[in-house]
Design a protein around this ligand. Structure first.
Ligand SMILES: [Zn+2]
Length: 395
């Protein structure tokens, strides 16, 4: 017994000795993170925050983290940051991987080098206020943050200065003129000549006209991407709008449904833009080439179980999102090719009605035969097991 005690005490002091010998200025960075650390230092320097982790110490290493955690900062000396290897590799395969990695590393460095805690408040448009969002969930909101385009500059400003003023993109006052759009494609679904997709009906997705609307009944546990191919693609330089009316009376679930559009090649990872809502008043937007949706917003303009008109304007390099004619959000368009298809996403095991398919462009109505109104539109339907399967991990 005494012998055991001796070894215990010896081991204890040996460990204490080793711990006290640990270099408090150790600087050890996995090469995968070096560029992001350098960017962080550069962005800080631009904003008057000079950091010297090379001399003051910092450890950044890969780890296997639990509970859907992407990154973890340990307040040790020196600061030690762990990044989940599996998550890092998962996001690496998507468009926007560099921005997602930057967001993750900057978040952890915000904890570690700037001493900032989590901040889970929101801007006027319901965007997260800070890339330091994380930790304890707020109303079960996913941690997805729209860290792209004009938002990146704001989020970096806010990272180094919490008192940064609310940015223009967060205003709910529409900043552009949406008048002067002429209709190119229109379907009212009042009769078979005013319908599309009827010929795509199947045992898995039954499609019928129903009192001036088109009804989809899905009998399978998958999403359906329902596309109309535009005979004359819309140039990506043209300002356009796309709208569709939905009714999804299933009140008891949080399924997302909504519009999709972009440049389709028939592939399963086409850079298709999407704008979806749910009966729980959640709005998501994004592009399928990305790992996940940009962010999830709560929008009171969504009528639970009722008729909801989704409309998106592409003006310049931005998309402006409307729900029932209420301006909700703006964000950069990701698609860079001409828009050659538009349609909808039908949720799993659902019955959903649509109406008033309309695509317009900015400018005068094109005279026949250039006018595309009522032109024949070909259609395709793609069954996908997971439309947007991923949520961004906590950090
Ligand atoms: Zn955090």
């Amino acid at each position: 017994m005494a012998r055991l005690n001796f070894y215990f005490v010896f081991t204890f002091f040996a460990l204490l000795f080793l711990a006290s010998c640990k270099d408090p200025h150790e600087f050890r960075i996995d090469p995968a993170f070096a560029d992001y650390l350098q960017r962080f230092e550069n962005e800080g320097a631009i904003r008057g925050t000079n950091l010297t982790p090379q001399t003051s110490g910092l450890i950044m290493e890969f780890a296997t983290l639990k509970d859907s955690t992407a990154g973890l900062t340990h307040y040790e000396t020196p600061i030690r940051i762990e990044i989940d290897k599996t998550y890092w590799n998962a996001i690496a395969n998507s468009a926007g991987a560099d921005l997602m990695k930057e967001d993750l590393i900057f978040h952890e460095l915000g904890h570690g080098l700037l001493g900032r805690p989590h901040l889970n408040t929101t801007l006027s448009n319901n965007d997260w206020k800070s890339i330091l969002c994380g930790g304890n969930k707020v109303n079960n909101r996913p941690w997805n943050i729209n860290f792209r385009g004009v938002r990146r500059k704001y989020y970096l400003d806010e990272l180094f200065n919490e008192n940064t003023a609310e940015p223009a993109f967060a205003s709910l006052t529409l900043p552009v003129d949406t008048t002067g759009f002429a209709v190119d494609y229109q379907k009212t679904f009042d009769n078979t000549s005013q319908a599309m997709w009827l010929d795509q009906s199947s045992s898995q997705l039954n499609i019928t006209l129903d009192n001036g609307r088109l009804r989809f009944i899905s009998t399978v546990n998958s999403n359906f991407l329902v596309f109309a191919q535009l005979q004359t693609p819309i140039s990506i330089n043209t300002d356009f709008s796309y709208e569709l009316t939905f009714q999804y009376p299933t009140l008891s679930n949080s399924n997302q449904f909504g519009i999709i559009f972009g440049h389709g090649t028939g592939g399963t990872t086409d850079p298709t833009e999407y704008f979806t809502i749910s009966n729980t008043q959640k709005m998501q937007m994004g592009n399928r080439s990305w790992y996940s949706f940009y962010t999830e917003l709560t929008k009171s303009s969504i009528l639970t179980g009722g008729v909801n008109k989704l409309k998106v304007f592409k003006i310049g390099t931005f998309l402006y999102y409307f729900i029932n004619n209420v301006y909700c959000y703006m964000s950069e368009i990701e698609a860079t090719n001409s828009i050659n298809e538009a349609g909808l996403m039908v949720p799993p095991l659902s019955t959903i009605w649509i109406d008033n398919f309309k695509i317009s462009h900015k400018g005068a109505l094109l005279a026949p035969p250039v006018s595309k109104t009522n032109q024949q539109i070909t259609t395709t339907i793609q069954k996908v097991d997971n439309f947007i399967p991923n949520n961004v991990f906590n950090k």
